[in-house]
Ligand binder design. Structure first.
Ligand SMILES: NC(=O)c1ccc[n+]([C@@H]2O[C@H](COP(=O)([O-])OP(=O)(O)OC[C@H]3O[C@@H](n4cnc5c(N)ncnc54)[C@H](OP(=O)(O)O)[C@@H]3O)[C@@H](O)[C@H]2O)c1
Length: 260
């Protein structure tokens, strides 16, 4: 039977690469995001190659829009086998500058987008008695990294939400998968001015994610060396982490200078 896959944030980056992967593998893919032009171009490109897909314009920050995307998928394909809740926004933030509006957007998309996805998809999968929901968090969920506090906080929240959902929904035959990528070369990371170790191209990340889902993994994190670094950062005693992170951010020098 043809696999039916819903992907949010499919207009570019990791989501786009996942859409291409699943469509080329013979699945029916529903592409969801806000950028209609990008979605329609990708959808036409895939359909021209004989692949099976549709797109729907959807702002995941809106429950109504998320519900409409899920309804579209159910009407068109009869159900959902895999939902990849990938839509996300990044952004650099400093606490010495007012930034509550952009922080609201980060949480509206990275957290409420995820929750809206669950609210709309879980009833469909409960009825089916099976299904997989994969949520894209990040290896940045490990600590509050200077300059990315709200993003890290949103991803830490996402990782916890996904873990709780995995435990609760298992009884209904629904598998919840936590995806924690390291650095992937997309528009999100194009803005970064710092060195990004082991930066990966989106098709490679899509391959790792899709194969992990196929294997029934509960947690998919990559690349492994960055996952180890993230694990170490999380396990470090607070004082040591703060010393290292403060040093990398230049704060250590400032602190030394300001020392009475
Ligand atoms: N790139 C990395 O290094 C990296 C690392 C770890 C985790 N991640 C996570 O991976 C996911 C994909 O990121 P990416 O790197 O592929 O970023 P990207 O290239 O900026 O793509 C983000 C996607 O999310 C969609 N999106 C943003 N706001 C949305 C909204 N309100 N409603 C619906 N869709 C929305 C965008 O589509 P529209 O603008 O068309 O809506 C776009 O398709 C994110 O959750 C990100 O946090 C990325």
């Amino acid at each position: 039977m043809q696999q039916r896959i819903l992907i949010t944030g499919a207009s570019q980056g990791i989501g786009r690469a996942l859409a291409i992967f699943y469509a080329e593998r013979g699945g029916y893919v529903l592409l969801a995001a806000r950028n209609e032009k990008a979605l329609s171009e990708l959808s036409s490109e895939l359909q021209a190659k004989g692949h099976s897909c549709d797109y729907t314009v959807c702002d995941v920050a809106s429950m109504d829009a998320m519900q409409a995307a899920v309804n579209f998928m159910v009407n068109k394909a009869g159900g959902i086998d895999i939902a990849i809740l990938n839509a996300g926004v990044g952004g650099h933030h400093r606490f010495d500058v007012s930034n509550s509006e952009s922080v609201k957007t980060i949480f509206a998309v990275n957290i409420f987008g995820l929750i809206h996805g669950f609210d709309a998809i879980v009833p469909v999968m409960m009825k089916q008695g099976y299904g997989k929901i994969a949520g894209v968090s990040s290896l940045a969920d490990a600590r509050g990294f200077p300059g990315s506090g709200p993003y890290c906080a949103s991803k830490a929240a996402a990782t916890h939400l996904l873990e709780a959902a995995r435990l609760e929904l298992k009884a209904y035959g629904i598998d919840v998968i936590t995806i924690r990528p390291g650095f992937v070369r997309t528009n999100m990371t194009a803005k970064n001015t710092f060195h990004m170790p082991l930066l990966m191209d989106p098709p490679r990340s899509a391959d790792i994610i899709a194969r992990g889902i196929d294997k029934g993994k509960k947690r998919i994190y990559f690349p492994m060396p960055m996952a180890v670094v993230s694990g170490i950062a999380k396990a470090l005693p607070d004082a040591i982490y703060e010393f290292i992170a403060g040093f990398q951010n230049g704060n250590f020098i400032n602190r030394l200078k300001n020392k009475p």
